[in-house]
Design a protein around this ligand. Structure first.
Ligand SMILES: [Fe+2]
Length: 202
């Protein structure tokens, strides 16, 4: 069996995001959920022409294809989760810096307005999905995507994301998604990562 796609390492220890995200949640979320997407994808593409493609090419080759939904869902979830881990850091959150700060002010008027819009996207994503800050044709935007969908396939550049699948917060917050989202925005968002992503599109 091909093991072409590997589970990327977490960029910090499993207890590094305590108390916002417990070590138990990270252990399940990374060690079980994220790993399962990797294992599933490797099984699904084994022996096919997708097996040798890098992850982003697998996503691009399968998006919107009903007969490839399983491959797309697992591939996009691998990418989204790796991006999510890097969107967080111990001691993060609060006001952004650098070009992202200017882009947020230009697009939303203020950091407070951005926070409201980002939290609102996270709260109004019905069921499972993701809230994103993206760069789209030179402007920053907040978007939400259902299930495994990712703004990558719409030609947008993700800057940071929040996973709002229940598995992301249920052990720590039960049904209180709003508390999880507010804590991530206030204490974990990795603005250095957002600036690095924005710098790549110029
Ligand atoms: Fe997740």
């Amino acid at each position: 069996m091909s093991h072409h796609i590997e589970l990327p390492p977490l960029p910090y220890a499993q207890d590094a995001l305590v108390p916002v995200i417990s070590a138990e949640t990270l252990s399940f979320h990374y060690g079980k959920h994220h790993k399962a997407y990797v294992d599933n994808l490797n099984k699904l593409v084994a022996g096919t022409d997708l097996a040798e493609l890098p992850l982003e090419k697998v996503i691009a080759a399968t998006v919107g294809k009903a007969d490839k939904a399983g491959v797309f869902n697992n591939a996009a979830q691998i990418w989204n989760h790796t991006f999510f881990w890097h969107s967080l850091r111990p001691g993060g959150g609060g006001a952004p810096t650098g070009a992202v700060a200017g882009g947020i002010d230009a697009a939303f008027g203020s950091f407070d307005n951005f926070k409201k819009e980002f939290a609102n996207a996270a709260m109004t994503q019905f069921g499972s999905g993701w809230a994103w800050l993206v760069a789209d044709k030179g402007a920053l935007k907040v978007v939400k995507t259902p299930n495994a969908e990712t703004p990558l396939t719409a030609g947008m550049t993700p800057l940071v994301t929040i996973d709002v699948w229940e598995h992301a917060y249920y052990l720590d917050y039960q049904n209180r998604r709003a508390d999880f989202v507010a804590a991530v925005i206030d204490k974990l968002l990795n603005w250095e990562f957002a600036n690095a992503n924005l710098a790549r599109v110029g």
